[in-house]
Design a protein. Structure first.
Ligand code: SF4
Ligand code: SF4
Lengths: 382, 313
């Protein structure tokens, strides 16, 4: 069995570790490129969301490299993700590929179900092997999240443009190469130290807390996939912005898969935070987007950027109410809707304009924390 | 007397009639917005985020129209009508989108209707929706039962059969039209497609008029459960039409950027192509769609079907 799966940012690192540990031959699709997207656009329905198009391109490229089994997460709706597997299968069949498609449905809160579905897939694997593989994959997930999160907070302070991103890239490679949990932690610590060493800790602005802070939220795929979001985190960082990105692979697993039996919501209650603006889940991460905007607004962040694929239903609902959060909590908001036509230059222009606007606003009204006390300043946001 | 306003769009076509009866029986005046017109579309477009689909924009237009003409606006949050099956996420966030677009200028009645886990959730929705009209939940419920029973008789199976009989007898070319009820019944959204077909001597067969017995096998055959109510019906009915020799062609009418539609119409087109030679025309509509272009394509399609039909005979 030669196994493959679509890309989503750095997700291939833990997935590769997991499936290799389960005794599979893993074919990681070539890094997502323009060509990948072109394949997807050519064969997917026009109004499909961008993640579907890119994933079909990934899978096609991996099947070309000799993969024979596709593994995909399932879902129960109401967002389109739950139907991805079915459509990917039909599209790839029509493209002439011969392969097996395995869709792993969400366990509905039960660890046993995940274990069972994995067991039927990998009958030869012992429990201890499986646990070992899962531990290694999990350590990689945690390491990646820590590294990316530190990089997002450090780019604004780097002494040399691009140094943090380069160090992050090297650290991720080391995490990918590590074969033991200890090796992963070592690579992680080394990477964190390397990123730290690039930061100009004396930067006066830093001490004064005057750097612009922005949270990047939205649909999980385009948030985690730099190819789809045109490296929005890096671009913001290099514009001198401290970036916070609540969505990550570990966050997603905690919220969707492990939550029920480990009770690990970490105090983030999207339902409560979003309620005044959005009274129900809307599939995908629509409600989390709104809840995060509230959360970061309360914490005094300057802005929130919603990244969403064109036609994404949950994010369209979120986008429709975001301006109210923005107004109530004094946090500037911007929606970056991406599809195959989105150009790099357009994204750069919009990000620059957004950050400029925040800076001007800061000059005129002070930081958000000060502004919040002066209620009447709020009309500015209308 | 209190006036309850109802936007004639989107969710109204799924459950509007029952609620009109219900509120009227409880003693409220109910006003439903008029049929979609250009000004309603324009208001809706101006109130929506750009990438919303046209049916949602039109809904907001109707809501804005009614907001000035009622005490309460009825915007149900229709989550699910049956187990494991949901409406489009935009239905799930509809009351919130209306509030945001209208800036709280009107009070909403927005019961959550979620029958995905249990049908009893309806009770709660009914009692809550009626709470400002009647302090007596038992009465609300009994009124609801009467109304919904009456509605059930005329809408579901019986109606389906009646429509099916109508369709059997329909003269001329029989063309399947796959679309959402709120698009096809709305003459502006669908650009009068059904009437136009009739003028061209063809009759439109809608997904609702295909009997459940004909739909089921196609859904069962598909390995995966379709978890959207309308799309489930559309897919099953479409496949049934594709294997019905009396149907000469199929027209898909989808909103530009429709999420569930993008998946299901594509799946349908692929499966249909593998099994049957029935021609399929795919139309998409948004606020920029020119009527002329649609009409030209429609005429060409019907012409082709007519010629094919004659050729066979
Ligand atoms: S969340 Fe949006 S982009 Fe992602 S699968 Fe669902 S509809 Fe598509
Ligand atoms: S099903 Fe399609 S047309 Fe209907 S509301 Fe959802 S996206 Fe719009």
């Amino acid at each position: 069995m030669r196994l493959t799966f679509p890309h989503m940012g750095t997700l291939f690192i833990p997935l590769k570790a997991l499936f290799t540990g389960l005794g599979c031959d893993v074919v990681v699709p070539p890094p997502t490129s323009k060509r990948t997207l072109e394949i997807g656009v050519k064969h997917c329905p026009e109004f499909a969301c961008l993640p579907l198009k890119i994933s079909v391109g990934n899978l096609s490229e991996a099947l070309d490299l000799g993969a024979d089994t596709v593994i995909m997460a399932g879902g129960v709706g109401p967002c389109r993700f739950g139907f991805y597997g079915e459509l990917q299968k039909e599209i790839l069949l029509d493209m002439g590929y011969d392969f097996r498609m395995v869709v792993i449905d969400p366990p509905q809160g039960r660890a046993r179900h995940i274990l069972e579905s994995f067991k039927s897939l990998f009958p030869a694997v012992t429990l201890s092997q499986a646990l070992h593989a899962a531990r290694l994959a999990w350590s990689k997930i945690v390491a990646i999240d820590r590294l990316e999160s530190l990089a997002n907070r450090s780019r604004a302070l780097e002494r040399e443009r691009g140094a943090v991103s380069a160090a992050l890239g090297r650290a991720l490679e080391a995490v990918d190469a590590a074969e033991t949990v200890e090796g992963v932690w070592q690579a992680c610590e080394d990477g964190l130290a390397a990123i730290d060493s690039l930061v100009d800790a004396d930067k006066a602005e830093y001490a004064a807390g005057s750097l612009v802070r922005v949270a990047v939220v939205g649909e999980i795929y385009v948030v985690l996939e730099p190819f789809a979001n045109h490296c929005v985190e890096r671009k913001l960082g290099e514009l001198g912005v401290i970036v916070e990105r609540p969505l990550s692979i570990s966050h997603w697993l905690k919220l969707n898969v492990l939550l029920d039996f480990l009770n690990m919501s970490g105090g983030f209650r999207p339902g409560e935070l979003a309620r005044p603006y959005l009274g129900h889940t809307v599939g995908g991460h629509g409600r989390e987007t709104v809840a995060s905007a509230v959360k970061y607004g309360r914490q005094g962040y300057d802005g929130v950027i919603q990244v969403a694929p064109f036609t994404c239903m949950p994010e369209i609902v979120a986008e429709s109410v975001l301006h109210r959060v923005s107004k109530d909590h004094g946090i500037a908001s911007m929606s970056l809707v991406v599809d195959e036509q989105t150009g790099e230059a357009g994204v750069v222009t919009r990000l620059e304009a957004f950050v400029d606007m925040i800076r001007r606003r800061r000059l005129a009204y002070g930081a958000v924390s000060q502004r919040l006390t002066a209620k009447n300043a709020m009309c500015y946001y209308d | 007397m209190l006036t309850i306003g109802m936007p004639r769009a989107l969710v109204h076509y799924d459950c509007g009639d029952v609620w009109v009866k219900f509120f009227e029986t409880l003693g409220a005046a109910v006003a439903v917005s008029p049929e979609t017109a250009k000004d309603i579309v324009d208001i809706g477009v101006s109130l929506s985020v750009e990438d919303a689909c046209l049916p949602v924009k039109v809904y907001l237009g109707h809501a804005a129209y009614m907001a000035k003409r009622c005490d309460y606006l009825f915007v149900p949050r229709l989550v699910s009508l049956e187990q494991r099956t949901y409406m489009c996420p935009k239905f799930l966030g509809l009351p919130d989108m209306v509030r945001a677009a209208l800036r709280d200028s009107v009070r909403l009645i927005d019961p959550t209707i979620d029958l995905s886990k249990s049908a009893r959730a309806m009770t709660q929705a009914v009692v809550r929706a009626a709470s400002f009209l009647s302090k007596d939940p038992a009465r609300s419920l009994s009124v609801w039962r009467t109304c919904s029973r009456a509605a059930a008789v005329c809408s579901t199976e019986a109606d389906g059969r009646r429509k099916a009989v109508d369709c059997e007898e329909a003269a001329g070319l029989r063309i399947g039209v796959l679309s959402h009820p709120y698009i096809i019944i709305d003459r502006v959204l669908s650009m009068g497609l059904v009437d136009r077909l009739r003028e061209m001597g063809a009759s439109a067969i809608l997904p609702e008029s295909v009997l459940q017995d004909a739909v089921e096998p196609h859904l069962a055959e598909l390995g995966r459960h379709i978890f959207w109510t309308h799309e489930k019906r559309i897919y099953g009915a479409g496949m049934a039409m594709a294997s019905d020799p009396s149907i000469s062609g199929i027209i898909i009418v989808q909103a530009f950027g429709c999420g569930p539609g993008s998946m299901i119409y594509d799946l349908f087109t692929r499966k249909c192509r593998r099994r049957s030679a029935v021609p399929v025309l795919n139309l998409s509509i948004d606020e920029h769609t020119g009527e002329a272009g649609i009409v030209t394509r429609l005429e060409a399609f019907v012409d082709m079907l007519t010629r094919a039909e004659r050729g066979c005979m």
